[in-house]
Design a protein around this ligand. Structure first.
Ligand code: PGA
Length: 232
């Protein structure tokens, strides 16, 4: 089981330091934990979580090692900092920053080649689900990815992100099982995972962990989700 905290554009270096010092004190045996702070907070997270089993990942990574790409960060830069992995293709990147299946694939490909662990996000919008297109969308999004020991997929239905509308355990299970018929990798669930719904989501056969946004910003709720993972 893997539980990853996607902090989005929250937690600058000071807040990250405070969180990581608290996280170090927690008993989290039996679950793989990853925190994904904003770029400016990666260094302090790496430093404060050194010597623990908790990994630090970025929220994005570019497909070139260097070049004229204002505002972007490359895989070698992350590795130099001691960062373990990166999220790619989050729906907020697809929605607000023009990310496409092709750019997501390029980012994932280069990051894996460079030796980073990658969490590749995918999921359908509410309209796509209502139109019965969920499987087509997932098939298209997965088709650009290649299985790799360092790759996990996060199924994040867009309608469940930050909305408090969680997919039912049955919807999550069905989508995860479908993704696994296309690509043999672990699949995390993301979208309004909270301490009070983590147990039943994580209990599903094909749910291999969670990518947690809002509820990962609070140490107590994040660690309670991590503990739920040790029970399933
Ligand atoms: P949420 O976000 O848990 O706040 O819904 C999940 C995500 O965007 O990764």
């Amino acid at each position: 089981m893997l539980i990853a905290a996607n902090w989005k554009m929250y937690n600058g270096p000071a807040a990250t330091a405070e969180f990581c010092l608290g996280l170090r004190e927690q008993e989290l045996d039996g679950v793989d934990v990853v925190v994904c702070p904003p770029f400016v907070s990666l260094a302090v997270a790496v430093q404060l979580l050194a010597g623990t089993e908790i990994a630090v990942a970025a929220q994005n990574v570019h497909w070139e090692d260097e070049g004229a790409f204002t505002g972007e960060i490359s895989a070698p830069m992350l590795l130099e900092l001691g960062v373990y992995g990166a999220i790619v293709g989050h729906s907020e990147r697809r929605q607000h920053f023009g990310e496409t299946d092709e750019s997501v694939a390029s980012r994932a490909h280069r990051a894996l080649e460079a030796g980073l662990f990658v969490i590749a996000c995918l999921g359908e919008t509410e309209q796509e689900r209502e139109r019965g297109e969920t499987e087509d969308v997932l098939r298209r999004q997965v088709s650009v990815l290649e299985a790799d020991d360092n790759l996990v997929v996060a199924y994040e239905p867009v309608w469940a992100i930050g909305t408090g509308k969680t997919a039912t355990p049955e919807i999550a299970q069905e989508a995860h099982a479908f993704v696994k018929t296309l690509l043999d990798v672990p699949v995390l669930y993301g979208g309004s995972v909270k301490p009070d719904n983590a147990d039943e989501l994580l209990a599903q056969r094909d749910v291999d962990g969670a990518l947690v946004g809002g509820a990962s910003l609070d140490l107590e709720s994040f660690t309670s989700i991590c503990r739920a993972a040790t029970r399933s």
